[in-house]
Write a protein that binds this ligand. Sequence first.
Ligand SMILES: NC(=O)c1ccc[n+]([C@@H]2O[C@H](COP(=O)([O-])OP(=O)(O)OC[C@H]3O[C@@H](n4cnc5c(N)ncnc54)[C@H](O)[C@@H]3O)[C@@H](O)[C@H]2O)c1
Length: 329
Amino acid sequence: MQITILGGGGFLGRKLAQRLAAEGTLGGAPITGLTLFDLAAPPAPEGARFPVRCLGGDVADPAQVAAAIPAGTAVVVHLAAVVSAQAEADFDLGLRVNVHGTLAVLQACRALPRPPRVVFTSSVASFAGGQGALLADDARQLPTNSYGAEKAIGELLLQDASRRGFLDAVNLRLPTVIIRPGRPNRAASSFVSAILREPLLGLPAELPVPEDFAVWICSPRRAVAWFLHAMTMDTAPLGLDRGINPPGRSVAVGEMLAALEGVAGPAARALVRPVPDPAVEAIVGGWPASFTAERARRPLGFSEQEGMEAIIEAFIADDLAATRAERGL
Ligand SMILES: NC(=O)c1ccc[n+]([C@@H]2O[C@H](COP(=O)([O-])OP(=O)(O)OC[C@H]3O[C@@H](n4cnc5c(N)ncnc54)[C@H](O)[C@@H]3O)[C@@H](O)[C@H]2O)c1
């Protein structure tokens, strides 16, 4: 089985590539090749027993995307994107990468002799509703930011391409994935990881929202498990509706900080200082904090999100040492 990960040098792309290298198989079939594509050629995962091609390029360039999705590709995981605050700050860049990039992916898949599975990462940011909302599976996407609108457009394009038989899409509307390793990024939700990661590194962090502010979250381990499921699941039960709200968790910031204290002690929690930021709250505050996620659970079999302490312990096990090294700490 040949697999391509677009955005394969990013946070989740690297984790997925590493997991595929460790497994060597997907859905019981041996992996015969992996292509990783990102702005700069991503590093190959360690220990892969199959050939890995690492390509640098622009996902909005149709020829470069076509080269990353050769004939014989069975699964494309499309993670390449400009994230929320950056897409809000630079409309043209967001449109080019998030919309024209997804169109280029559609066209490259359409040109293949056999329609590939396409796993596309949409976002909770494609919905409105804010803090009080509990969204059912048929909730309408009403984005309050350009990134969310671009993700919703991508979903519709891939859904229609699935109906036409050009490809076979699973559009996962990911929660905010925490704890992101490395440095803060340009997602408006970057603070949700920072208030846990920075204290675990012994560094201060700013909390831009009140402690009762809730966020719909999942862990990187869970996101990768959902990707693996989406890459191989039977899509017949999806019918026309290719959008899936996977079963994340709604967690208040205060609960996150209590879990931080439980795992790393009161000194870690004391490093988090409230510094209200109306600009961040304006973007993230529009995203719903809860979903029923019934369809993903029961008929579709997406696994449940573990609790906050387990998320923090997993970050310590998987990413803390590498983050320290990357940041020279
Ligand atoms: N991490 C989250 O909390 C979260 C939540 C919801 C949805 N998502 C979506 O999941 C996907 C993966 O998220 P992530 O956290 O790994 O993001 P990331 O920013 O770490 O990775 C995205 C990758 O896309 C690449 N990219 C950007 N522009 C490109 C271009 N023009 N051509 C080729 N590559 C380009 C970036 O270099 C980056 O490596 C993204 O589509 C994101 O929108 C993430």
